[in-house]
Design a protein around this ligand. Structure first.
Ligand code: HEC
Length: 160
């Protein structure tokens, strides 16, 4: 038996041990699932803190007053548009492309001062998974870049 063979046997044994500990999943998968669970927990907390009062615990909103997030094209669609809408609320000129989705003259607050990038990333991931059936994760550094764009929009609005 060569040294290579011995190394191979050790490698196979260590893989086997890895599988035994993680129920057949690779360590990377287990780590990713744990991170996602943690992010969803934080996101859910942000949702109940900031959003559920209007969009309701079940995400269905209040007809005519606050739109439903369940089956909302915006929640399912572009992450960029969604993150920006959360940061700017009704101050986002592209929220619903300027069209009102509710009858009442109700507006949505801007959240850029109330949540950091990590919290916005968690909240966006949570509402996309919970109400939009999307399985992707939104990361903090992505929110940081959208925040820069959102701040430019606010500055432009202030100059008008
Ligand atoms: C004060 C009530 C209120 C709160 C709190 C609120 N929203 Fe809204 N939200 C609205 C209203 C009203 C609209 C429609 C605004 C418009 O068209 O200008 C809206 C629109 C939206 C939309 C667009 C929906 C669509 O399909 O067009 C999303 C997504 C959304 N809100 C998410 C959130 C999230 C996430 C939070 C928590 C950070 C939040 N909202 C907090 C009232 C609220």
């Amino acid at each position: 038996m060569t040294r290579g063979h011995i190394a191979l046997i050790f490698w196979m044994a260590s893989c086997g041990m890895g599988f035994a500990q993680t129920g057949g999943k690779s360590e990377t998968t287990v780590k990713a699932e744990a991170e996602l669970a943690e992010q969803l927990k934080l996101g859910r907390r942000q949702y109940f803190l900031h959003c559920a009062s209007c969009h309701m615990a079940n995400g269905l909103g209040v007809p005519g007053l606050n739109p439903s997030l369940v089956d909302s094209k915006m929640v399912r669609g572009s992450t960029l548009a969604l993150v920006r809408a959360i940061l700017l609320g009704s101050q986002d000129p592209e929220l619903n492309k300027g069209k009102r989705v509710v009858d009442a003259d109700n507006t949505m607050a801007a959240y850029y001062l109330l949540m950091n990038d990590e919290q916005v990333a968690a909240l966006t991931t949570f509402i996309r998974q919970e109400y939009g059936k999307q399985r992707d994760r939104v990361r903090s550094d992505y929110v940081a870049r959208v925040r820069e764009v959102a701040m430019e929009i606010l500055e432009e609005q202030a100059e008008e």
